[in-house]
Each structure stands twice: as structure tokens, then as C-alpha cells.
Design a protein around this ligand. Sequence first.
Ligand code: PLP
Length: 416
Amino acid sequence: MSVTHVSAAAADADVLRRQDPEMAEILLGEATRQASTLQLIAAENFCSPAVLAALGSVLANKYAEGYPGARHHGGCEIVDVAERLAVERAKRLFGAEHANVQSHSGSSAVLAAYAALLRPGDTVLALGLTHGGHLTHGSPANFSGRWFDFVPYGVDAETGLIDHKQVRTLARSHRPKAIVCGSISYPRHVDHAFFRAVADEVGAYLIADAAHPIGLVAGGAAPSPVPYADIVCATTHKVLRGPRGGMLLCGGELAERVDRAVFPFTQAGAQMHTIAAKAVAFGEASTEAFAAYAHQVVANARVLAARLAEEGLAVTTGGTDTHLITFDPAPLGVEGRSARGLLAAAGIVLDCCALPHADVRGLRLGTAAVTTQGMREEEMAGVGALIAGVLRGRVEAKRAREEVRELAAAFPPYPG
Ligand SMILES: Cc1ncc(COP(=O)(O)O)c(C=O)c1O
């Protein structure tokens, strides 16, 4: 395989090869891995060559602490334009009064939201970690669990849906300063109006951590948290298909607090190449083609979830409204970690996840990346059947790996 045929990332390897052949080989190896296996990790996607171009641009050289027009470094007049463009595009895309596009990651965006609204020791209500909450929603291993008093709510044992009754009861008894809605694995739409009503009833802020669905929101394939939440935190690299990074959206009245919470409270120099790449991704996400993509992501996930359920796997909530699917492979006689290993051997790359109300691990997958590759319902049904075949031990690993290689080759992430 020639270097330039693999991907835009591998084209960089041409430049690298002369200077650092060792690293060039690593890049090429990763490009080949991405193009020859199935990327079903729910948080991943393939960003466009234009996004990669911005990421690998000379903007990476620039120091730019502060905000456009108020920087602590000289020579920021050009990158100021890039950041203003990113902010304007984000505001327009999500209908938000204010956007901060500097957060280095989704976690730093959540940290900034807490910093803007809370004091250490405050009580926060969030989805429990074993029910789909993120590390930043109160893990004792994370700043969130150490600095705030998190009260977890959960999902119903029968339906797998957020237990609204419990949310309301806990909010009334604990009177949290903030309520967080958002998850790493919840496959259904979050009822933002419900969370807003509960937050209002107990005088809490509402923080929507929309890291996962924000790309679907951009494409009109999921309801927006923007009209309901005081602050929306998000990542830019999942369904949204931008560079790795975070952002925050809020109303005008919180704009200054949010900006100060990002810089100087939680970060210093903004990463201008990433901010430029975010602007490119926001531009892409405002097109009709992206809206069609976002709807196809959901259509693909629905077909895949239905096929997995038909095959006897225990799909949480019985299906999905989003790009996300979680399921327990136990009915096929295999536990989550072994299942992930078996599928990895076949070239099907996905994650384990906690399963609410169970001691065992489940599997979590998403359709954002394969949909970017152009796969549709027919391919998803085939992938569902293949997953079940591998887990049942009916399709031998070598044959499954070959099938995956052929499928991936028919839908190259970076054609041409
Ligand atoms: C709900 C949620 N919040 C926060 C994050 C953190 O994002 P990052 O990994 O960029 O820090 C994630 C990442 O998957 C997430 O799913």
C-alpha cells in the first residue's frame, strides 16, 4: 500500500518519512489500522481532510492567551480572526447567545462549567457512573468527585430509561446547586424540559454535558439542550466530526463567567490550530450534507440495535434514538471483556461499558465513524449479524477478520 493511498494523515507521513522514518511508520500503521478495521467506538469519528489541514497548520506555532482583542501575547491579529469565526459559527450552528471554543477537551469544558457556577463542596446531582455518567460527573478519581459533593441518580432497572421520579426526589431532598444531564452511554434522548423544570423547582443550575449528542443536535437529529440548560458543555470530536477538543455554550448573562472559567481559571494558552479546525468543523456541520449525515447516523444505529436484539443480545432500553448502543452479550454466553477481545480479533473495535443494575460489563458502540465512511442500513444489518456470529463462535475469527477487511476496503475513510 502506498503512503498517499491510505489517508490524509498518511500524507503527512511522506513529509515525516525523510526526517523521522520511525514516527512516519507509526502514523502509517495507525492510518492502515483505521482503514482496515471497523471503528465502532461511540466517541470516535473520521474528521475531514480540511479539519486535519487546519490541525496540522502553522497556527500550531502561535501562543494566544486571552480572547480576541484582549490577548497576553503579540502577533495575535490573524488568530483572533480565526477564533471569532469559530465562535460566530458555533453560535449560529447551535442558536446560542455565547460560545467559548477554547476548552482543550470535553473534560476541561465540564471543569470550566463547574468553575463558572459552583464552589468547592457544593452538591451536584448527576447520572451515576455505573449508570452512564462520565468521570467528570463525580468519580472519586477525578477533580469532580474530590471537589464537589455528587449525588448520583440512575436509570430504571426494567426500562434502562432515566428514572425521572428518582431525579425529582433526590433534587428535593438534596437541594443541589447544579444538576448535570448527559452521559457517555445513554442511548435515548435526554428530556431537557424535565431537567429544567426540576432545576427550577429546587433553584439549581442545569448543566447539559452534551459531549455525545452535540453532533446530532448540529444536524437536527437530536433535540437541543441550548434553550434549557444554563451551560452546555460538549466535545467537538464525536459525531460532530471536528478536532479533539471541547466547547461551552450559554446565554449572554453567563458569558463572562464562562469565559473567565476557561481562561484564566482552568487554562492558559488557547490552541489556535485546534480552534481553527473547530471552525472548519462547525462550517461543515452547518451544511445540508451534514444534516443528512446526522440522520443517517441515527438510522444506522437503529438498524444495528434492532439486528443485535434479533440476534438475542440484551440491548439496553431495547434500542436507540442516537448514535449510541449498549448491550449485554451474556445471552450469547460471553461476558463483556471477553466479547470485546473476540470482536477485536475480528477487527471490530468497540468499548466495554458499565451495565446498570448488573455486576458484569457490557459493550458500547456507535455508528458515527462507519456512517462517515458511507455505510448504510444494509451494512449495519451485516455488521450486527457478524458481531453475533463472532460472539456465538459460529464465525471463525479469521473469516470474520476477512469480512471486516473487505467491508472496510469498500468504504475507505479517506478515499482517493
Ligand atoms: C459525557 C462526556 N463528558 C465529557 C467527556 C470528556 O471528553 P474528553 O475525553 O475530551 O475529555 C466525554 C468523553 O467521552 C463524555 O462522553
